[in-house]
Design a protein around this ligand. Structure first.
Ligand SMILES: NC(=O)c1ccc[n+]([C@@H]2O[C@H](COP(=O)([O-])OP(=O)(O)OC[C@H]3O[C@@H](n4cnc5c(N)ncnc54)[C@H](OP(=O)(O)O)[C@@H]3O)[C@@H](O)[C@H]2O)c1
Length: 296
């Protein structure tokens, strides 16, 4: 009998995400088992129960997916899982908490492509402002941009919280160029920005018409929010490099569904790589970004 493709979907939340379940089936996993309310201290037992119950040939058809809502917790879970593998009893692991890693990857990859194609510029040395940047999508976007050499301002309503999270981006993920900023000061940030990424909570507009009209340096504005009103005024969910009418610098807009399309491809490829790779893989937002770059 051919062995099934078993994905163990582990989350610290009350529910596993139906989005992730659908994505995993569509990527070829044949059986998906959710484990909810899981704590870090339980990862060792779960991982070792998964690896020791199958032959090494069937382990290539076994994987662990970490969901949840927290970037750092998901990265901790990857590390914890890796620590408790016992080669050759080892399986592939992928984290995408709240879809944040692949969403950030998709947004930054499309932004990078338009920046290159339309402005002959790279992320390197670009000034990037991330609105609502303290959530999981904002943090992953900040690290990806900063690692590509951008100067990143991660903006939140509380300066203290934004600075703390910017510090974690730099210290933990070695990204160096992330600084925190207060939402109250965002007009100043827009005036020196090449790129604005909106990663604020759904249904909240964080960049208004006035902001767009008064910002003279903007090249790209990308908005992950698909729930009206748009997170960035003048950016439609379908936009993929469309000029924002009221922008004095003819800034290009990228909307949530254009981002979602690349996010989907990136998550699909990561889920597939888990069982097609000859050796076990450990995938996070950096791997998701590589797939997203190939998909744009
Ligand atoms: N396009 C796609 O494929 C896709 C996929 C997944 C998610 N998304 C979207 O991506 C965005 C980011 O997701 P996420 O999970 O990272 O977001 P989140 O954690 O819900 O929110 C991000 C940040 O928004 C700020 N915020 C919350 N309520 C606010 C309010 N009333 N006014 C102003 N700021 C507020 C908070 O920062 P402070 O408290 O520090 O201000 C929070 O940390 C969401 O809009 C989500 O719907 C899109």
């Amino acid at each position: 009998m051919e062995k099934p493709y078993l994905l163990h979907l582990i989350t610290s939340e009350k529910n596993a995400s139906p989005f992730d379940v659908n994505m995993a089936y569509d990527a070829g996993w044949t059986n998906i088992t959710p484990y909810t309310n899981v704590e870090q201290s339980e990862i060792q037992t779960l991982v070792q129960d998964a690896i020791f119950s199958r032959s090494t040939s069937a382990l290539t058809k076994t994987g662990i997916f970490f969901g949840g809502r927290d970037t750092h917790e998901a990265m901790d879970m990857i590390e914890e899982a890796k620590k408790h593998m016992v080669p050759p009893f080892e399986v592939s692991v992928f984290a995408d908490p709240s879809g944040a890693f692949t969403t950030a990857a998709g947004m930054v990859a499309i932004t990078e492509k338009h920046l290159k194609d339309k402005f002959s510029q790279n992320l390197d040395k670009s000034n990037v402002v991330i609105l609502g940047g303290t959530g999981p999508v904002g943090v992953a976007s900040a690290v990806i941009c900063a690692k590509a050499g951008a100067n990143v301002t991660l903006v939140g309503r509380s300066l203290e919280k934004a600075e703390k999270i910017a510090g974690i981006c730099n210290d933990r993920y070695d990204s160096k160029n992330v600084k925190g900023g207060a939402d109250a000061d965002k007009s100043n940030f827009f005036n020196a920005a090449d790129i604005v990424l909106n990663t604020g909570a759904a249904g909240i507009q964080l960049m208004s018409e006035e902001h767009i009209k008064n910002s003279n340096t903007l090249k790209i504005c990308a908005d992950t929010n698909a729930v009206p009103p748009s997170g960035i005024a003048g950016v439609d969910v379908m936009d993929n490099g469309k000029v924002i009418d009221m922008s004095p610098s003819k800034c290009l807009g990228i909307g949530a569904l254009a981002i979602g399309n690349i996010k989907y491809k990136s998550q699909h490829e990561c889920l597939k790589l888990m069982y097609t790779s000859e050796k076990p893989v450990y995938l996070d937002f950096e791997d998701a970004f590589k797939f997203a770059q190939k998909s744009v």
